[in-house]
Design a protein around this ligand. Sequence first.
Ligand code: TRP
Length: 331
Amino acid sequence: MNKPIVLSGIRSTGHLHLGNYYGALRNFVDMQNDYDCRYFIADYHSLTTQPDPSVLNPNVRSILAEYLAAGMDPDKCIVYVQSDVPETCEFYTLLNMHAYLGELEKTVSFKDKARKQPNNVNAGLLTYPVLMAADILQHKANFVPVGKDQLQHLEMARNFANRFNHFYKTDFMVEPKPYEAKGEPIKIPGLDGSGKMGKSEGNCIYINDEDAVVIKKFKKAVTDMTPTEPNSEMNEPIKNLFYFLKLVSAPEVYDQFLAAWNDCSIRYGDLKMQIAEDVLKVTRPIRERYNEIYANADYLNKVREQGAEKARAIVRKNVEEMRQLMGFRKF
Ligand code: TRP
């Protein structure tokens, strides 16, 4: 029996931080055992902000190396770079003919970007959801693991698929569903007292942060109250630190600090150092593998080529079918 197909794109900017690690990446790694997974780095999409070519390339390289270092296995899933599969562009062009200005202009991400970069409201920005739909539909993907911010794009992909099927009286397009991860999602808080860890919040602990950097970030973590009465309620910054502690430290260690909180003997310096050390136990081996992989261009190129070859074989077949349906046929 064929496994359901899971497809996901990874932004090619920004390093992997703990929020990604315990969120999307954990799902990617779990899913690769149970599904037919195809993951790619979305470097075409990143052109919508017109990055310098000398920055784009190392960005893609480091993202690829980070995901591999953190457990994405190119022998279990197809890992590729979007621009290594130029068939995507044809699929995108064909799909564009059934995407309407009105719906594209209404997309939340488009309106946001147009506001943020008013001097660069390019056509790629407008059709970003069409390219994303092409990524998905060209694989006939059943599931797409996406965060809340991408749900509208996925909804649009479903609309395009449906519209295409109606127009050409076919069931060629498969409607992709959002993949719901099993279990409680892990939401990594920021260390600034409230909210979550995120690139735009500027409060990230990166997997690649050196030991000293991680320790410094934890030392600076907000702790704006000391308990004066036994068994006090924790406020948010303290709760966040305990959340971290639970996630990365041994249960006995957690209990020990909780007891110290409850009898007011807690020392935040110790708490923070404990978490920093235990976070490093998670990140250090990944960072070391990352450094090795990043330096190994031959290996990275091999992974890329192998992924592109597999993805192209699949996509080429689907694009051909799409062409036929749309009337590009031999006389
Ligand atoms: N737009 C997604 C993001 O910003 C990245 C992406 C591109 C993607 N193509 C995709 C995600 C296809 C899932 C499926 O995170």
